[in-house]
Design a protein. Structure first.
Lengths: 89, 452
C-alpha cells in the first residue's frame, strides 16, 4: 500500500536524513522523492510503501510527527488513494 | 507519480477550502424488529442498530486519519419507524424514539434518522400514532431525527397530513421552547422523499433498500467558491465548466471514502449523494458562490438562475465521478447553516418567497428557516403545501424544516448551535391561509403522474 509523505518547513541540515531514518526504523520503504525550495521553504514529497511497515498507520503518522517537531518542519502522511481519486480518472 | 501541484491542490482544498466528507450514513433495516410487545420490539431495535453500527464511528475515524480528509458526521438511518412500531400493541410511540436515541449514543453517532411516517396518500393507525408522538420524541431525545412524507408526484398531496404537520411543528417548538424550538430543526416534512438520503434530518432507510448499506454525502461549497474566484469576469459557460470540474473532484473523494468504508465494514455501498452542503463556517457557503457569480447579495434578482446553473453543474460533474448516485443530490440552501444566507436574510434581501422560488431549481426546500413564534399552525401548513406543490408538479424532492421560535419576533436570532448554526427570524405573510388548510382532503395526483 502506497502513501504520500509531504514535508514543508524552513530548510536546514538533516531533514531528509531524519525522516528516512525514522521511516527505516519502522520498515517503511521510500520509493521516490522529489524535493525543491519553493519561496525559501523546503518542500518535499515522498512516495512510500507501507505494506511491510512494522507498525499500524497511526503509529507511522505519530513517528513522523515526532521527527517533524524535532526538525521544525510540518510532515503529513496520507494514503496515495486520495490523490489518485481526485486527479486520475 | 503524482506531481507536486496535484498533491498540494488536494491538501489546500482540505486545509483552506473546507473540503470534507460531510457524512457516512449507515442505513439499517428494522423490518425484522416488529413485535407485539413494545418492550421486546424496542430491545430488538436497540440490539440490531448497535450490532450493525458498532464499528461505524471507529472505522470512519481510521479512514479519516489514513486519507487525511475530515469525515464530519457518522450517522445512522433506519426503516421508517411507523412501519416497525405498528405491530406493537401500544398507543405511545415515544419508547421507539428513546430506543433509537440509546442506540445512537452507544454507537457514538451524532444523529439517527427514521422516526418517520410515509403518509402521502393516507394514514394507517400506526402513522397517526407516530406523528402524535413526534413533539414528545424530539423533546426527550438528543440524537433522533424525524420526517414525514406528506405528498408525492404519484399520489398528490395529503392535505390532512399537511394540516396535522403544521400543528406538530408548533407543538414541537413549544416542547423545546427553552432551546428556541430546537426540536423543529430535527423534523422535516417532505414531498417525494427519497429512500437513500444520507443527510439529516430527513434520512431514513427506505423499504426498497437492502438489509444494511453505506451511503455517503459529500460537500464542498468552499472549494467551488475558491475555484470560481479564479475565473472572475469570465462568461457563464466558464462558470459552469469550472463548477463541473470541481464537483467531479469533490465527488471522487466521496466515492473513495464510500468504497473504503463499505469494504472495511463489510456492508454494501449504497450511493454517493452529490451535494453542496454548506456549514456556518466562513468560506463554506452556497450563498457566497452565487454572489461570486456576480450577484451583490444572495436573494436579489438573478439568484434563481445562478442557483439553477450551480445545481445542474454539480450534478453533471458529480455523476461521472461515482458509480452509484442517489439521495438528494443537489445544492442545499439551509438558511441557518450558511453564513452567506444568514447575512442575506438579515439584510432583508433573502425572503421566504425568494427561497421558495429557489427551491424549484435546487435540492430540497425551505430548510432551517426561523419564523416568528406566533406564526399560526395553518400558515406553517400552507408553507408546507406550497413546497409540496412545487415538488409534486416538478417531480422533485421538496421539504420544509421550519422553526416557529417561541417568543421570537422578526429580526431576533435563533441559536441552534454547532452545524445547525443560527437563524434570523424571517417574516411570513400575515394574511390567513386557515380556511384553505382547514378544508382537509387530498390534492389529486397531477396529470404528469400518469406516465404509463
Amino acid at each position: 500500500m502506497h502513501a504520500i509523505v509531504t514535508v514543508i518547513g524552513h530548510d536546514r541540515v538533516g531533514i531528509i536524513a531524519g525522516i528516512c531514518v525514522a521511516l527505516a526504523n519502522i520498515n517503511v520503504n521510500v520509493l521516490d522523492i522529489s524535493q525543491t525550495i519553493l519561496g525559501g521553504m523546503f518542500t518535499m514529497i515522498m512516495l512510500v510503501d507501507i505494506k511491510e511497515a512494522s507498525v499500524p498507520f497511526d503509529r507511522i503518522a505519530a513517528a513522523l510527527d515526532e521527527v517533524g517537531e524535532r526538525l521544525g518542519v510540518n510532515i503529513r502522511i496520507q494514503r496515495e488513494d486520495i490523490f489518485n481519486a481526485m486527479h486520475r480518472v | 507519480m503524482l506531481n507536486q501541484r496535484e498533491i498540494f491542490e488536494t491538501q489546500h482544498m482540505i486545509d483552506r477550502e473546507h473540503l470534507d466528507i460531510r457524512t457516512i450514513t449507515m442505513g439499517v433495516s428494522l423490518r425484522d424488529c416488529a413485535h407485539g410487545d413494545v418492550n421486546i420490539a424496542t430491545r430488538k431495535i436497540y440490539d440490531k442498530i448497535t450490532r450493525c453500527a458498532e464499528r461505524l464511528v471507529s472505522v470512519g475515524e481510521d479512514i479519516e486519519r489514513e486519507m487525511g480528509i475530515p469525515i464530519v458526521n457518522k450517522r445512522i438511518s433506519v426503516t421508517p419507524m411507523a412501519l416497525v412500531a405498528e405491530a406493537s400493541e401500544t398507543e405511545d410511540y415515544v419508547p421507539f424514539a428513546l430506543a433509537m436515541d440509546r442506540a445512537a449514543e452507544a454507537c457514538g453517532v451524532n444523529f439517527i434518522g427514521g422516526f418517520s411516517a410515509l403518509v402521502q396518500k393516507g394514514f394507517t393507525a400506526g402513522d397517526r400514532r407516530l406523528i402524535a408522538a413526534i413533539p414528545e420524541a424530539l423533546a426527550t431525545t438528543k440524537y433522533v431525527c424525524s420526517s414525514v412524507n406528506v405528498a408525492s408526484t404519484r399520489a398528490g398531496i395529503n392535505m390532512d397530513a399537511v394540516r396535522l404537520m403544521g400543528e406538530v411543528i408548533k407543538a414541537t417548538a413549544e416542547r423545546t421552547a427553552d432551546q428556541d424550538g430546537l426540536g423543529c430543526a430535527k423534523l422535516v416534512v417532505f414531498c417525494n422523499a427519497v429512500e437513500d438520503n444520507p443527510f439529516m434530518a430527513g434520512a431514513f432507510h427506505g423499504t426498497g433498500e437492502a438489509e444494511c448499506v453505506i451511503n455517503v454525502g459529500v460537500s464542498g461549497p468552499g472549494v467551488v467558491y475558491h475555484a470560481l474566484k479564479e475565473v472572475r469576469g469570465a462568461s457563464i459557460d466558464v462558470v459552469a465548466e469550472t463548477v463541473k470540474k470541481t464537483a467531479f473532484k469533490v465527488t471522487r473523494m466521496g466515492q473513495l471514502i464510500a468504497r473504503e468504508a463499505s469494504m472495511r465494514l463489510n456492508v454494501p455501498f449504497g450511493i454517493v449523494d452529490l451535494s453542496l452542503a454548506p456549514t456556518p463556517a466562513q468560506g463554506d457557503s452556497v450563498a457566497r458562490i452565487l454572489e461570486e457569480m456576480g450577484l451583490e447579495r444572495c436573494g436579489t434578482h438573478g439568484t434563481t438562475a445562478a442557483l439553477a446553473l450551480l445545481n445542474d453543474a454539480v450534478k453533471k460533474g458529480g455523476v461521472m465521478a461515482s458509480s452509484q448516485v442517489g439521495g438528494l443530490s443537489g445544492a442545499f440552501i439551509p438558511v441557518s447553516e450558511d453564513e452567506g444566507m444568514i447575512a442575506a436574510a438579515q439584510a432583508g434581501t433573502l425572503t421566504i418567497d425568494k427561497l421558495e422560488a429557489m427551491t424549484c431549481v435546487c435540492s430540497v426546500g425551505l430548510d432551517m428557516i426561523a419564523v416568528p413564534g406566533d406564526t399560526p399552525a395553518e400558515t406553517i401548513s400552507a408553507i408546507i403545501a406550497d413546497e409540496a406543490a412545487i415538488g409534486m408538479i416538478n417531480s422533485k424532492t421538496t421539504a420544509v424544516r421550519i422553526i416557529p421560535a417561541p417568543g421570537k419576533q422578526v429580526g431576533d436570532m435563533v441559536e441552534m448551535g454547532g452545524l445547525l448554526g443560527s437563524a434570523p427570524v424571517m417574516p411570513v405573510h400575515t394574511e390567513s391561509s386557515a380556511a384553505f388548510i382547514q378544508r382537509g382532503g387530498r390534492i389529486p395526483a397531477p396529470l404528469n403522474a400518469l406516465r404509463n
